[in-house]
Design a protein around this ligand. Structure first.
Ligand code: NAP
Length: 302
């Protein structure tokens, strides 16, 4: 059996088109568009390319986008004042501080200074609490888990009553996706297990999974014999395992592998995400969805 591929590259295009149409409709009716500010400290090349991609995507869907670049030696107080300025700015619906921050700045203090109603990354403790409560309390599910759930739903995989096993318990992927899948409601209502480095017999847990979500950061951790035939396998892992020369650009690029032995797993699973091209493209997409949602909450139409 060869599994159906769940492609983030394709689902991203559908969602961005939906967002673009909704932005146009809101603009026509209410005369406003979502505003997203990205605060970048210093010139870390990886952070700069992430920010560029976020800004380009925001532009594509019709948002007002602001890129606020600050020097690497900005003081913590000045950064907090900047966040306060955007918290009070009515034209801004989403505030994003690109991580990592320089060592002299307390990351937690900075992220907690963002107005929870503009925290489109969904990392503020208020939004973590809202997610835990579930239902209408939820404002901004964190972007990677939100992308994972969206992929499962759009692939037509039944979640109600499904055994979901999540490998990894990080605050940005494992814990929130586990929490989202156990909520009572559409696209969830699953029976959820989280496994981690303290788990005994991890393979036995994985073998039970109708939906196996793997976010460990260990290349090839999940072996094909751990996969239940026909299961939906979502591989969140992005591991750089070497370099190659790009045929397109002639430049050196990273060779990426997921946490699942893809070639063997695709012969057993019912559906599976590849790496790259699976979960990866969904994170920025869901950031756009959260920013649109922020404006909709403000307008009372969410
Ligand atoms: P993280 O903070 O390092 O957490 C990894 C989790 O996996 C931890 O809970 C850890 O367990 C668990 N784990 C590690 N090795 C394990 C093993 N051998 N057996 C069982 N559990 C193990 O990582 P993360 O931020 O969640 O990211 C996970 C992966 O997803 C990374 O490859 C990352 O690059 C990728 N990622 C991709 C996207 C995207 O595509 N958009 C977004 C975010 C992350 P303990 O808690 O016991 O240490």
């Amino acid at each position: 059996m060869t599994a159906k591929l769940i492609l983030g590259t394709e689902i991203r295009e559908q969602i961005l088109e939906e967002i673009t149409a909704e932005v146009k409709a809101i603009k026509a009716k209410h005369g406003v568009v979502p505003g997203l500010v990205t605060i970048l400290i210093g010139e870390n090349p990886a952070s700069m390319s992430y920010v560029t991609l976020k800004i380009q995507t925001a532009h594509r869907v019709g948002f007002t986008e602001v890129q606020d670049s600050q020097p690497v030696d900005i003081s913590e107080a000045d950064l907090l004042a900047l966040i306060d300025k955007y918290n009070k700015d009515d034209s801004i619906n989403g505030i994003l501080v690109q991580l990592p921050l320089p060592k002299h700045i307390n990351e937690k203090k900075v992220l907690n200074a963002i107005d929870p109603d503009k925290d489109v990354d969904g990392f503020h403790p208020v939004n973590v609490g809202r997610l835990m409560i579930g239902g209408s309390e939820v404002r901004f599910p964190p972007c990677t888990p939100a992308g994972i759930q969206e992929m499962i739903v759009r692939a037509g995989v039944e979640t109600k009553g499904a055994e979901v096993v999540v490998v990894g318990r990080s605050n940005i992927v494992g814990k929130p996706i586990a929490n989202m899948m156990l909520q009572k409601g559409a696209g969830a209502n699953s029976t959820v297990t989280i496994v981690h480095t303290g788990t005994k017999n991890m393979d036995a847990h994985c073998k039970r999974a109708d939906i196996l979500i793997v976010a460990a950061g260990v290349p090839g951790l999940v072996k094909p014999e751990w996969i239940k035939p026909g299961a939906c396998v979502i591989d969140v892992g992005v591991n750089r395992v070497g370099e190659k020369v790009s045929e397109k650009t002639g430049k050196k690029i990273a060779i990426l592998k997921g946490d699942v032995d893809f070639d063997a797993a695709k012969e057993i699973a019912g559906s599976i995400t590849p790496v790259p091209g699976g979960v990866g493209p969904m994170t920025i997409t869901m950031l756009m969805k959260n920013t649109l949602k922020s404006l909709k909450f403000k307008l009372g139409i969410a």
